[in-house]
Design a protein around this ligand. Structure first.
Ligand code: HEC
Length: 109
């Protein structure tokens, strides 16, 4: 069964322990995610340094190094080097709560 928007939103919130995708757009800008990544639905997010952040809900791995779970996605966003010491993605100083909002957004886009 194809999930409707409400079901997908609920699943994204569960996966990210309460992440709220509606708060995500300004957070993506504040921490410079938009300068390095293309992000669906975010105006001006056309960076080419990292890959496009689309279809996260169907990925098996995050950055090819860690299983794609809500917790791992949140922790990747906070601290990529925890999983991948040589990663070119910097630690941006984003909080875990903000990263939960971004992860929830990425799981529904
Ligand atoms: C300076 C550029 C830069 C910034 C800023 C940046 N990233 Fe990245 N990001 C990268 C690169 C490069 C990779 C690929 C890393 C790797 O494979 O080690 C990556 C990988 C990722 C991945 C894994 C993607 C995949 O295809 O598996 C996610 C998710 C991600 N970034 C989210 C974010 C978010 C959210 C922000 C803002 C908080 C952000 N990034 C900020 C450069 C950046």
């Amino acid at each position: 069964m194809v999930k409707n928007w409400q079901q997908r939103l609920q699943a994204a919130r569960l996966l990210t322990q309460g992440g709220d995708p509606s708060r995500a757009p300004p957070i993506f800008r504040r921490y410079g995610c938009t300068g390095c990544h293309q992000i669906p639905g975010i105006a001006g997010a056309d960076g080419q340094v990292g890959g496009a952040l689309s279809g996260l809900q169907t990925r098996v791995y995050i950055a090819g190094v860690v299983n794609n779970t809500g917790d791992n996605l949140v922790h990747w966003i906070v601290s990529p080097q925890t999983f991948s010491p040589n990663s070119a993605m910097p630690k941006t100083g984003i909080s875990e709560a903000e990263a939960r909002d971004l992860a929830a957004y990425l799981y529904i886009h």
